[in-house]
Design a protein around this ligand. Structure first.
Ligand code: GLN
Length: 522
């Protein structure tokens, strides 16, 4: 059986439970243990796919096509693991399943209650087998939230059933710093741990978010009030980059505290992979500026995976990444005067699309490295049809119904009723020999994740290729173009998929690595 670590949070939200959970995973992995991560979000949405990126940041997509919270992206990147729809479980989904079971008569007329019916359903999801040594379960929200209570209750029951030595409770809190008196206040942490205890859960280890390291007597004080050894009180130091968090925890012996709890041998792990990122962050490097022509910049985290993937590629290329956010709605060519590469990311709806097409035009005409992602591929094709092939009516049917439909809905789906018709998740792509795509990936068969409705219309393949834009990647059935490139250009490549979802800080991603390399050369 796997051992479980539940990560909860208190005092305020947004303290970085996801990063803390992933960091614990990194410490375990560095000692040779396998880990899996699962996120429980008490809110009532049935899945996070329907939630506005304006509130929640980007929608992250798993291989199996589940639209999920961006925390799952952290987990996959940090830990090199693949997650599925089993690993993102919301309150809405739990109630949905319970109520459907009730309608089917599964409960045989029993009175359906929070305990045991809802808690049993949550425990079923906690216990989905993973074949890993550890399962880290993050419970979203803040202790004290009404919707979270039943999740904490389920975790308590689960721990009681499988044995307290097989389950560890980690709790993340905040110690506010009072500038005037120079004091770090511990009371909110005490209150938060007490709230957790009201649910029958004693925290085994505390992560206290703070702008400076906790002093030994502060740890003693927190330990005394919160009923745990002072050494189990860990400073979760504010850092300028999330990849430093596992190192902060490692320096406070967090692995050995976990090992002691679970009865495992102490071990000094190999943190060199993560230290390399730290070295990169501290090094003096030439700057490489990538212009990202988008429209969701007022939302922090709307381009989370994209920013990450560019950062990972900057590590691989030994450059200091500077992302220049270019507002597509106000795009002018001067915006690109100081960039080394232009990237047009994914997007939905007509707003800003003209600026994105103009950005593709500018990159193509001025031989500036270009990378297009999803909509970024579609606009590159529209530019090429309009300005190289000469068909000024070329467009996507997403933006105009009376056009040359070079981008169109190409799959069997009901156009009038398009909800749920996104192409989601991993699909195979066959890469044409002798192309830039082949050189970048070093392979002719790849798999990348999708989240879009429209496709490059295969009927325009010949006219595009005759004029110099090659379809270098295509679905195995030859119907859905997946990648385009312009061989006469220095570096011009685009994919219908979202490669950013599969990048990681240790190896980057082939497409981003090559794009940043081309930008660096420029
Ligand atoms: N709006 C486009 C489509 O639905 C592109 C989507 C995207 O970039 N993710 O096909």
């Amino acid at each position: 059986m796997s051992k479980y670590i539940f990560v909860t949070g208190g005092v305020v939200s947004s303290l970085g439970k996801g990063v803390s959970a992933a960091s614990l995973g990194a410490l375990l992995q560095s000692r040779g243990y396998s880990v899996h991560v699962r996120k429980f979000d008490p809110y009532l949405n049935v899945d996070p796919g329907t939630m506005s990126p304006l509130q929640h940041g980007e929608v992250y997509v798993t291989d199996d096509g589940f639209e999920t919270d961006l925390d799952l992206g952290y987990y996959e990147r940090f830990l090199g693991i693949k997650l599925t729809k089993n690993d993102s479980v919301s309150g809405g989904r739990i109630y949905w399943e319970v109520l459907n079971a009730e309608r089917r008569g599964d409960y045989l007329g029993a009175t359906v209650q929070m305990i045991p019916h809802v808690t049993n359903k949550i425990k079923e999801h906690i216990a989905v087998p993973t074949n890993t040594d550890f399962v880290i379960c993050e419970i979203g929200g803040t202790v004290g939230d009404i919707e979270g209570k039943v999740f904490l209750e389920s975790a308590r029951q689960f721990a009681n059933e499988v044995g307290r030595r097989n389950v560890m409770f980690a709790h993340l809190t905040l110690a506010p710093y009072l500038e005037q008196s120079g004091e770090l206040k511990t009371k909110p942490t005490q209150m938060s741990v007490r709230r957790l205890l009201e649910n029958g859960i004693q925290a085994d280890i505390l992560f206290v978010r703070s702008p400076r390291m906790l002093l030994p007597d502060e740890k003693v004080k927190i330990g005394m009030f919160c009923n745990l050894p002072a050494k189990n009180v860990i400073t979760s130091l504010d850092v300028d980059n999330i990849y430093k968090v596992p190192l902060v925890y490692d320096s406070q012996d967090v692995f050995n505290i976990m090992a002691a709890h679970f009865g495992l041998p102490e071990a000094a792990g190999d943190m060199s992979k993560i230290k390399k990122i730290e070295q990169h962050l501290n090094a003096d490097l030439p700057v490489c500026t990538i212009g990202v022509v988008g429209k969701y910049f007022d939302v922090s985290d709307a381009y989370k995976s994209l920013n990450e993937a560019l950062f990972h590629a900057s590590i691989q290329n030994n450059v200091r990444l500077k992302i220049k956010k270019i507002d597509a709605e106000k795009f002018t060519p001067e915006d690109c005067s100081d960039v080394d590469g232009i990237l047009v990311p994914g997007g939905f709806g007509v707003r800003g699309v003209d600026g994105k097409i103009a950005a593709a035009t500018y990159a193509r005409e001025n031989n500036i490295p270009y990378m297009g992602i999803c909509l970024g591929m579609q606009v590159a094709v529209i530019d090429f049809m309009r300005n190289v092939v000469g068909d000024k009516e070329a467009n996507s049917t997403e933006f105009s119904k009376n056009c040359t439909p070079v981008i169109d809905i190409m799959r069997d789906c009901d156009q009038e009723n398009m909800g749920g018709t996104l192409r989601l998740g991993a699909y195979p792509c066959v890469i044409k020999p002798g192309t830039l795509a082949e050189k970048i990936y070093g392979s002719n068969n790849i798999s990348e994740r999708h989240r879009h409705r429209y496709e490059l219309n295969i009927e325009y393949k010949d006219v595009l290729e005759k004029n110099g834009m090659i379809i270098s990647g295509i679905s195995p059935d030859g119907k859905l173009p997946e990648m385009v490139e312009i061989p006469s250009h220095k570096f011009f490549i685009a994919g219908q998929f979202h490669p950013e979802f599969q990048s990681n800080p240790f190896t980057g991603h082939p497409m981003f690595n090559a794009f940043v390399a081309a930008a660096k050369e420029k």
